[in-house]
Every structure is written in structure tokens, then in C-alpha cells.
Design a protein around this ligand. Structure first.
Ligand code: FAD
Ligand code: SF4
Length: 495
């Protein structure tokens, strides 16, 4: 009888990356539930086992906050899921958020050695798995706090930068108050990124941990209107201020017809749908903007989120973008999902006029066709209009998603705050301190529209410097990976 050879084990490097189960496109295009279901425990262990635990892990260098990736992957591989979440939280305040919305393919996963010959380890999906496990099992740890210092810090804005600063300072014994203009904390995580990409329960759970730690949230409070930064320092008795007010001012195209009924900024469109829950109307009071043929102008994450939201509200949706598909600044995953769900794309088309009827309602969009010319300052080939190619397309709504700028309220009400010509706040990148001693800033108000993880990285640097200042110590130098976080980098821009 022939002797049976022992079965050969597939080398780790050859095991293919594990897909994440997700809703079928035809189902999810009609609901607001999250698209991927996430890894099961078995899939997470299998995927984490692909990591070869490099001695000099390049993936860590690709993460703007320097998460110890092999450490948490090793814990998942060993079935220590709650411990993996705790390990993650030593480096990142919002792993369940980052695991969902970070552009990992350009960061940690782009550096993973496995990516040289095949697909990198699915670091983002595993980050999400560990954080979800901790939350769903009710094992979210409330960190220990140092004894009270008696110092008080005011934070303007509750986006990822403000939440990170709050979390870092409260455990160091400082009193922290977050002033937020909107009715619910979370910034873009709450009002911008849609439910089907980032369920709001996740953001609320993170905010709850901060509340349990003692962070005070003052909502519906606009700094610059209710009190200025100077008043917070001189009259309200705060010892330091962190400004994380983001980049929420929409940019428009400045073309004819932008004042017509049926033209929206992506911010307004998404805020109605997300924060004000228009998609649950009439259970909630805000009626959704339900139209039939919607053009979304832009090619970034914001455009993709608007288009996929409109689709779920029952519209026929077309993305109008002046460059090619390869040049879209949004994540590849987002375009792929949008295509699968039925969003149409009019690429290399630039809007030049919005057309209205006698009631001033949108009835069409005139576009000129573009071709790619020589590379521009961004290194991408410049789109050039083709003479005589103008054409009018039928649309009853136009959503403009071509980028956001910092809101000018804080700069206008804070005279000594040094600003750049782009309306962003000037900071010392090692401390995130502004031109006003004791006033720090981070996130999109400093970088321009950028990413969640960069906002968090800058928040972490600021928190360390604020704490040192409050204790009368020297400012500590940032780590190498954190220093990268202070470099402005735009991923959500749409032009
Ligand atoms: P924000 O999140 O902008 O929050 C600022 C907060 O400050 C807001 O809540 C605002 O109400 C409040 N505020 C402003 N002014 C005042 C004031 N005067 N007084 C009191 N409060 C004030 N990034 C990614 O990494 N991945 C993605 O997939 C992604 N998708 C995105 C999708 C959309 C639709 C948008 C708009 C952005 C997206 N981004 C994404 C970008 C990312 O969300 C931002 O870079 C990040 O949220 C910036 O964080 P922040 O802390 O600077 O401020
Ligand atoms: Fe694991 Fe890839 Fe990081 Fe190496 S580079 S430690 S294989 S995740």
C-alpha cells in the first residue's frame, strides 16, 4: 500500500487575504445599515495569523500615530481579543472608527511586507474587529486617572482631534470641557460620514467613555459667539484652550445657477441625512431631500458619501468629476462600493452652468468634456476643456462636494491668532501651539480638509504639550511617527 504523505502546510506568505463578509449590493443600496458585517472570530484569527511578526515592522511606520500593529495582531491570532483592543487603545483613541474609515491602503497596509508579493495583512479590518469585540462584549475599559491637577482645559469642537485631546488630558488629572456648536458630539464622524460606513452607535460609545471619565460636554455652544477664546481664558478661568473646529465651510463652483432651488452643499445634504436622521423620516422630524435625478459634483470621500446616501433615499445618482477615475482622491473601496450599488459616473466632465425653470428649480446641468493634458502641481495630469463639447444633462438636484475650508469664525474673533493664506491656523508642529501662548490647535483647522487619523495624531501631540505646560514642565518632543501627522495631507479633497 502506498504510504500517505503528510499534508504540506501553506506558508503564511501564500495564504490569501480574507475577505470581509458584506451586504449584497442590491440589498444595501436600499438601506442605511453598515455595508460590511466584519470578520467572525475564526476569520479574524485566520487573517491575523498571516502576519509574520516582522522584527522591524514597516507597517508601524506607515501609521500616523504609530500603532504597534504586530502586537495587537499577535493577540488576535492567540484569541486574546479584548487584550488586543486594550493594546490598540494605548496608541489610538478611536480604533473602531479608524478601522472603518482610515485609508489603510495608503498607510500601514501600503508598508506591509506581504504586499510586495501578494496582498498585505488586512490591518484595518482586524483593528475594527478587536474594537468591535470589546464594545459588543461590554469589556470597554475605563482607563485609570491620575490625581487631579486643578487645571482646566477648554476644547473647541468634538471631532476626532478634540476627542483625542480630551481623552489624553482627562486621564492625566486635568479638568476638560468640550464646547460643541452642534447638538451631538463627534464632529464629522457624526454629521458627515454616513451611518452605512460608520454606525453612530460606535461614536456614541466612545463619547460615553469620555463622559464616564469626567469630560464635560457643552453642546449647542458656538465659541466665537457665546464666548471668545480670550474670554474662555481670561473670564472663564481656563488654563489652556485647544481649537479643533475642523473645516466645515463648503466650497462652491462659482458658476451660474448655484443659487437655484435644488443646489446643496454636500455638508448640508449629509448633515440633514446623518445628524438630523432624515433617512428615518417621519420617525424623525427632518424631511429628506428626495429627488429623482441627482448630480453629485466631486471625486472625494465626501462626494462618494453624498452619492451613496442619495441612492439609498431612492434617487438615480451620477457623480460628475472633471478628472479620470484613477485620479479620484477618494478611497478605491468607496468608488468600488458606489459602482456596485448603481451610482453612475460622468468622468472627465466639468460643470459650467446649472439650469433652472421659471420657478427657479434645477432642471439641468451644463458640462464641458475634458481631456487630460500635462501634469499640474499635484503631479496629476491637468484636465483641459475640449472646445465645443458642451452638453446639457437632465438633473433636478445638484450636490456640490468639491472641498471644504476652515470656518472663519474663530480666526475672526481671535485677533492675535496667526493664520495662513488658506485660512488654516499656524501652529508649532512639535507642540501644536498657536501664536497665542496657551492656545493650541489641531485637525482640519490646521491641515485643511484631511483625515481622521491625522486629526487624532495632532490632538495627541497637543495634549502632551498642554499637559506639560499645565505642570510647568518643558514641552516633550513628538515621536517620529507623530511628527509625520503634523504634515498637511489631503485625502478628502475633491478637485
Ligand atoms: P471635525 O471632525 O470637523 O469636527 C469639528 C467640530 O467642531 C464639529 O463638530 C463642529 O461642529 C465643531 N465646531 C466648529 N466650529 C465651532 C465653534 N466655533 N464652536 C464650537 N464648536 C465648533 N477622513 C478619513 O480619514 N476617512 C474617511 O473616510 C473620511 N470621510 C469623510 C467624509 C465626509 C463626508 C467628510 C466631511 C470628511 C471625511 N473625512 C474622512 C475627513 C475627516 O472626517 C476629517 O479630517 C476629521 O473629522 C477632522 O477632524 P477635526 O477634529 O479636525 O474636526
Ligand atoms: Fe505583520 Fe505586515 Fe506588519 Fe510585518 S509589515 S509585522 S507582516 S502587518
Amino acid at each position: 500500500m502506498e504510504e500517505k504523505k503528510p499534508k504540506k502546510k501553506t506558508p503564511k506568505k501564500k495564504i490569501p487575504r480574507h475577505a470581509m463578509p458584506e451586504q449584497a449590493p442590491e440589498d444595501r443600496a436600499r438601506n442605511f445599515d453598515e455595508v460590511p458585517y466584519g470578520y467572525t472570530e475564526a476569520l479574524a484569527i485566520a487573517e491575523a495569523s498571516r502576519c509574520i511578526q516582522c522584527k522591524k515592522p514597516k507597517c508601524i511606520g506607515g501609521c500616523p500615530v504609530g500603532v504597534d500593529i504586530p502586537a495587537f495582531l499577535g493577540l488576535i491570532r492567540d484569541g486574546e481579543f479584548a487584550e488586543a483592543a486594550r493594546r490598540l487603545k494605548q496608541d489610538t483613541a478611536l480604533p473602531a472608527v479608524c478601522g472603518r474609515v482610515c485609508p489603510q491602503e495608503e498607510q500601514c497596509e501600503a508598508e506591509c511586507v506581504l504586499g510586495v508579493k501578494q496582498e498585505p495583512v488586512a490591518i484595518g479590518r482586524l483593528e475594527r474587529f478587536a474594537a468591535d469585540y470589546e464594545r459588543e462584549m461590554g469589556t470597554m475599559a475605563i482607563p485609570d486617572k491620575e490625581p487631579p491637577t486643578g487645571k482646566r482645559v477648554a476644547i473647541v469642537g468634538s471631532g476626532p482631534s478634540g476627542l483625542t485631546v480630551a481623552g489624553d488630558l482627562i486621564v492625566q488629572g486635568h479638568e476638560v470641557t468640550i464646547f460643541e456648536a452642534l447638538q451631538e458630539p463627534g464632529g464629522v464622524l457624526m454629521y458627515g460620514i454616513p451611518q452605512f460606513r460608520l454606525p453612530k452607535e460606535i461614536v456614541r460609545a466612545e463619547v460615553d467613555v469620555l463622559r464616564q471619565l469626567g469630560v464635560e460636554f457643552v453642546l449647542d455652544y458656538v465659541v466665537g459667539r457665546n464666548a471668545t477664546i480670550r474670554e474662555l481664558l481670561d473670564e472663564e478661568g481656563y488654563d489652556a484652550v485647544f481649537v479643533g473646529s475642523g473645516a466645515g465651510l463648503p466650497t462652491f463652483m462659482n458658476i451660474e445657477g448655484e443659487n437655484l432651488i435644488g443646489v446643496y452643499s454636500a455638508n448640508e445634504y449629509l448633515t440633514r441625512a446623518n445628524l438630523m436622521k432624515a433617512y428615518l423620516f417621519p420617525e424623525y422630524d427632518t424631511p429628506p431631500i428626495r429627488r429623482h435625478r441627482i448630480a453629485v459634483v466631486g471625486g472625494g470621500n465626501v462626494a462618494m458619501d453624498s452619492a451613496r446616501t442619495a441612492l439609498r433615499l431612492g434617487a438615480e445618482v451620477t457623480i460628475v468629476y472633471r478628472r479620470s477615475r484613477e485620479q479620484m482622491p477618494c478611497r478605491e473601496e468607496e468608488v468600488h462600493h458606489a459602482e456596485e450599488e448603481g451610482v453612475q459616473f460622468k468622468l472627465l466632465h466639468n460643470p459650467i452652468r446649472i439650469i433652472g425653470d421659471e420657478q427657479h428649480r434645477v432642471v439641468g446641468l451644463e458640462c464641458v468634456q475634458m481631456e487630460l493634458g500635462e501634469p499640474d502641481a499635484s503631479g496629476r495630469r491637468r484636465p483641459v476643456a475640449i472646445d465645443g463639447s458642451e452638453a446639457i444633462f437632465d438633473f433636478d438636484t445638484v450636490v456640490v462636494a468639491i472641498g471644504n475650508k476652515p470656518n472663519p469664525l474663530i480666526p475672526h474673533t481671535t485677533p492675535d491668532l496667526e493664520m495662513t493664506e488658506w485660512g488654516t491656523v499656524v501652529t508649532n508642529p512639535d507642540t501644536m501651539e498657536t501664536s497665542i501662548p496657551g492656545v493650541f490647535a489641531g485637525g482640519d483647522i490646521v491641515s485643511g480638509a484631511a483625515t481622521v487619523i491625522l486629526a487624532m495624531g495632532q490632538g495627541r501631540i497637543a495634549a502632551r504639550a498642554i499637559s506639560a505646560r499645565l505642570r510647568g514642565e518643558e514641552y516633550p518632543p513628538p515621536s517620529a511617527t507623530e511628527a509625520d501627522a503634523t504634515e498637511a495631507e489631503t485625502s478628502t479633497e475633491s478637485s
